[in-house]
Design a protein. Structure first.
Length: 144
């Protein structure tokens, strides 16, 4: 079932991020970041999918408000992930469709997201639900 995120979901989300997205960070960092972002609902939107039997978060979506001077406001999906045992059950679709509904409620123009080049199954998923690839990009990074 879809529900609002709770700080106690950090344990499950850290595990999902490590196993599904390759972001294996300490639980403390996950908790710290989640706590900070949960208090900024104006810029961050979270939704989790909870297993009704275990009451554990088994998937989630995190989007931020994407506002620039060169386009209408939209959501930028930062994470959409579902635990491996729960793949192919429609959870990802439920999460992203709920995000689309929230975006429409806020009168946002679109939803954008980035997906790593190697994540071919994710690309098929997005294409199957109506998303199109706009352009190829390179990601640049400088640690400070």
């Amino acid at each position: 079932m879809l529900r609002e995120i709770q700080l106690s979901d950090a344990v499950s989300l850290r595990e999902i991020n490590a196993k599904q997205l390759g972001y294996d960070v300490p639980l403390e960092l996950t908790q710290q970041q989640l706590k900070k972002m949960m208090t900024d609902a104006e810029h961050h939107y979270f939704l989790v999918y909870e297993d009704e039997e275990t009451k554990k978060a088994v998937g989630y979506i995190h989007a931020e408000v994407y506002a620039t001077i060169y386009s209408d406001t939209k959501f930028n999906v930062l994470s959409l992930a579902v635990g491996g045992d729960y793949h192919k059950q429609g959870i990802g679709k439920k999460l992203i469709f709920a995000l689309e509904k929230e975006a429409a409620k806020r009168h946002y123009a679109a939803i954008r997201l980035n997906s790593g080049e190697a994540r071919k199954e994710a690309h098929k998923f997005y294409e199957n639900i109506g998303y199109t690839m706009e352009k190829y990009q390179k990601k640049f990074w400088k640690s400070l």
